[in-house]
Design a protein around this ligand. Structure first.
Ligand code: FAD
Length: 308
C-alpha cells in the first residue's frame, strides 16, 4: 500500500534483515510469536495509521486544543483515533498478558509506533500514558499498581511526565516544587510545571501525573528530588473517582506545528491541598523518572541486540 507516512520496505529491511528480529522467537519468552505474526501486526499498525490517524493530522492542527473553565479539549477527531488505538492494544504491546498486554518484544512496539509518529500531536496522548503506566508497573506499590496501572495500561486513564519548571529546564535539579509530608504518609505539593505534554485533555476521565518535587528539608540539586503520583481525580478505595485534586491548567502553551498537542502550564496546590503519593523511594526521583525515556527509546534496540 503506497503511503506518505513511512517506507514500508525500509522498515522491514531494518527489522527482518538487519536486526533479524525473528531470532527473538527462539527465546522461551517469545516462543508463541513468529515472523508472520510480526508482519501482520505491522500491517495492522499501517492500516490504522493510514486510514484513521493520518487523516486527523491537518484538522487536528487547525482545530488545536482549547481551554474552557479549567478543562482542556483536544481536537474532536482525536477521540475516534484514541478509542481505536486503545481497543487495538497499541499502548500495551509489551505488557505481559496477565497485565492486559500482548507480551511482544519492545522492538516490535517501537516499529509499530513508527506508523503513528507522523501525528505527534495525537501520539503524545497515548504515548505519555504508556510511559507513565510502565513507571508505576516498575516502581509502584501493589496498591498503586492496582489503583492506577491496570486502568492506565488499557488507556482508560492517561498519564504524563512533569519535570520542567520556569526556572528549571535542562538543569532540572533547580526545581522548586515542594512536597510536604502528611501524617498519613501522603504528601501535598506546591509548585508550577511548564511545557507539560498532554497535561490535561478530555480523552479520559482521569489523568495520573508523575511529578518531580523536593520533600521539605531534602538536599538541593538532583539528589534531593523525589517522584510523586498526582491524580487529576483522587481514587476511592472501591476504584470510583473522588474529589478533583488541587491543581489547574493555567494556560495552553504554544508549540509551532503541534497545536493538537496540549502543552500545559500546571499550577499545583494553590489552595494547599494537592494530594500526592510517593512513587518509589524518597530522593530517587530522577533515576525513576528517566526510566520513562529509557523504556521508550532505547529498550527496543537493546532487546533486538539481545543485551537485556
Ligand atoms: C515538544 C516538547 C514537549 C515537552 N514536553 C514536556 C513534558 O511533557 N514534560 C516536561 O516536564 N517538560 C517538557 N518539555 C520541556 C523540556 O523538557 C525542556 O524544554 C527542556 O528540559 C529544556 O529546558 P528549557 O526549555 O528550559 O531550555 P534551557 O534549559 O534553558 O536550555 C536552552 C538551551 O541552552 C542549552 N543549555 C542548557 N544548559 C546548558 C549547559 N549547562 N551547558 C551548555 N548548554 C546548555 C540547551 O541545550 C538549550 O539549547 C517539552 C519540550 C518540548 C519542546
Amino acid at each position: 500500500m503506497a503511503n506518505l507516512i513511512l517506507d514500508e520496505r525500509d522498515q522491514k529491511f531494518v527489522l527482518f534483515e538487519m536486526l533479524e528480529v525473528d531470532k527473538l522467537c527462539e527465546k522461551p519468552r517469545y516462543q508463541e510469536f513468529s515472523l508472520e505474526l510480526f508482519d501482520m501486526i505491522l500491517a495492522e499498525a499501517q492500516k490504522l495509521a493510514v486510514n484513521e490517524v493520518f487523516p486527523t493530522l491537518v484538522d487536528g492542527d487547525r482545530e488545536g486544543c482549547r481551554l474552557e473553565d479549567g478543562q482542556l479539549f483536544v481536537p474532536k477527531s482525536f477521540h475516534r483515533c484514541y478509542k481505536l488505538y486503545c481497543e487495538g492494544g497499541w499502548g500495551a504491546m509489551t505488557c505481559s498478558p496477565e497485565a492486559g498486554g500482548q507480551g511482544l518484544p519492545y522492538v516490535l512496539s517501537v516499529a509499530a509506533k513508527d506508523w503513528f509518529v507522523h501525528n505527534f500531536a495525537f501520539l503524545a496522548y497515548p504515548g505519555l500514558s504508556e510511559g507513565a503506566a510502565h513507571l508505576i508497573e516498575a516502581f509502584g506499590t501493589e496498591e498503586q499498581k492496582k489503583k492506577y496501572f491496570a486502568r492506565m495500561v488499557t488507556g482508560e486513564w492517561a498519564g504524563t511526565m512533569c519535570l520542567t519548571e520556569p526556572n528549571a529546564g535542562s538543569d532540572v535539579g533547580n526545581l522548586s516544587t515542594k512536597a510536604v509530608r502528611q501524617p498519613d504518609g501522603t504528601f501535598r505539593l506546591q509548585g508550577t510545571k511548564i511545557f507539560i505534554t498532554a497535561g490535561d485533555h478530555d480523552l479520559t476521565e482521569n489523568i495520573v501525573h508523575p511529578v518531580l518535587a523536593r520533600i521539605e528539608g531534602d538536599p538541593p540539586g538532583t539528589k534531593g528530588i523525589s517522584l510523586f503520583l498526582v491524580p487529576k481525580y483522587l481514587v476511592n478505595e472501591d476504584g470510583s473517582l473522588g474529589r478533583r485534586n488541587d491543581f489547574e491548567v493555567a494556560n495552553i502553551e504554544e508549540k509551532m506545528g503541534i497545536h493538537g498537542s496540549a502543552t500545559c502550564l500546571l499550577n499545583f496546590g494553590d489552595n494547599g491541598d494537592c494530594y500526592a503519593e510517593l512513587l518509589g523511594e524518597e530522593r530517587q526521583g530522577m533515576k525513576i523518572m528517566f526510566q520513562i525515556q529509557l523504556s521508550r527509546s532505547t529498550a527496543g534496540m537493546a532487546t533486538a541486540l539481545n543485551i537485556r
